[in-house]
Design a protein around this ligand. Structure first.
Ligand SMILES: [Mn+2]
Length: 427
């Protein structure tokens, strides 16, 4: 039996600059939030030592940055932290447990052919093995496989690649998989993949081939995709959508010809992520709104302590008059200042008003003149309205009445103010 510790999406060096308390754990060294992700990575390697695994596999997004157009690399604190933890791990396991890491969509430099996992490989050339996005492109061009072979097991590597964007890329990728990445029939075969959307960044063939195990990453929520394919999930909560999940890493036991045995090992985070919902009614006053927010924050009203401080988000929806919303936004900004002043045990405080329908007051709404007409018989009223404009060209007036009548009768068969309309107003 071969034992693998599978983890993913550690996002080390994740930092937030907006809506977080500007508080550094050690003066000018590391912020609380950045440290959380370092600890997630550290705990995963501690579990790897505890379970006495034979191999460690990281399915991508080890470092959070650079990502997309953000070309800043990981901080020196985070780089040093990762190198130190890897060194500790190799010492504890007497250099006998190799680590395999692939590139995700985070941690490599857009349009440049290098990745942040390369310096880790350079630091431990004999025990740490990587596969970058660049190496994947090169393997496809050179028609070579991306595989790391050990005497009892082969690892087939699939760093992040959004092949589904263009048909010719999808075809080239599929050909490469068929010709170079098929599992070995005698040895144990493990595919290591960063991708979750089938046909876009996760190729169906990878799930169809008889790999003994497919170590997936990219989905922050741990899940069994097939009996031999698991998403490991993240090692620290990343977005508020992950607030209620318990993070864990996977101990994977593999025996040739048998189904894999998967044992999740919990990674306990010290920080809570809390989200609450406020639904605005058109008559909600800014004062009432302020009371609701303060009431919800009451439980966090104690002296700030970075070790236990929560991350808090308010999700706001409903309908509100624009001027009232502006007042509410001012209130939120004031409360945020207060929250970060030390009397609240809150590290992050943000709100999302993306779903709020904000309306101008009735008196200022466009088209109000038309509405005065469209009361009794909308189609007839519309004709009256056009006539009231005193258009000289009779042909033009008739065309407008005809077209307008069609639109008016169509509009008045549905409810006049739907949520969809509100959304469009915002765009
Ligand atoms: Mn990812």
């Amino acid at each position: 039996m071969v034992k693998i510790l599978h983890f993913s999406d550690s996002h080390v060096s994740h930092r937030r600059f907006r809506d977080v308390k500007d508080d550094w754990k050690t003066q000018n060294r590391v912020s609380w939030l950045e440290e959380d992700y370092c600890i997630g990575f550290q705990r995963a390697l501690e579990v790897a030592v505890e379970v006495k695994c034979d191999y460690v596999v990281h399915s991508g997004d080890l470092f959070d940055i650079p990502v997309g157009r953000n070309l800043s690399g990981p901080t020196e604190y985070s780089r040093t932290f990762v190198i130190r933890e890897l060194k500790k791990f190799f010492e504890k396991t007497a250099n006998k447990v190799p680590i395999i890491i692939i590139d995700g969509n985070h941690g490599s430099y857009l349009t440049r052919n290098y990745s942040t996992i390369e310096f880790l490989q350079a630091a431990f050339p004999n025990y740490l093995f990587i596969s970058t996005n660049y190496q994947l492109k090169k393997a496809m061009v050179d028609k070579k496989s991306l595989v790391i072979e050990f005497k009892d097991i082969n690892f087939y590597l699939f760093p992040y690649f959004k092949f589904g964007r263009l048909p010719h890329l999808a075809q080239a990728y599929e050909n490469w998989i068929r010709n170079h990445q098929q599992p070995d029939s005698d040895k144990l075969s493990v595919a290591v993949v960063h991708g979750m959307q089938r046909g876009m960044d996760l190729h169906e063939l990878i799930l169809q081939y008889p790999y003994d195990y497919v170590a997936l990453g990219h989905d922050h929520k741990q899940r069994k995709v097939k009996k031999n394919a698991w998403q490991a999930g993240s090692t620290e909560k990343y977005t508020f959508a992950e607030r209620d999940q318990e993070n864990s890493v996977l101990e994977v036991q593999l025996t040739k010809g048998e189904d894999p045995i998967i044992l999740p090992k919990s990674i306990v985070s010290k920080r809570k992520m809390v989200q609450f919902q406020i639904t605005l009614q058109s008559d909600t006053t800014p004062t009432a709104f302020e009371e609701t927010v303060r009431e919800k924050l009451k439980v966090h009203k104690k002296k700030f302590n970075g070790e236990s401080a929560s991350r808090v988000k308010i999700k706001i929806d409903g309908t509100i008059i624009l001027s009232n919303w502006w007042a509410m936004e001012d209130i939120l900004v004031d409360i945020q200042k207060e929250v970060f002043a030390d009397d609240y045990n809150i590290l992050e405080f943000r709100w999302d008003d993306g779903e709020v329908v904000k309306r101008a007051p009735i008196s200022q709404q466009k088209g109000v003149k038309v509405f005065e007409y469209l009361i009794e018989d909308p189609v007839k009223d519309f004709e009256k309205y056009i006539r009231s404009l005193g258009i000289d060209d009779e042909k033009q007036a008739k065309q407008m009445i005809e077209l307008g009548s069609e639109i008016v009768s169509e509009v008045f068969t549905i409810e006049p103010q739907t949520k969809e309309e509100g959304k469009e107003e915002e765009a």
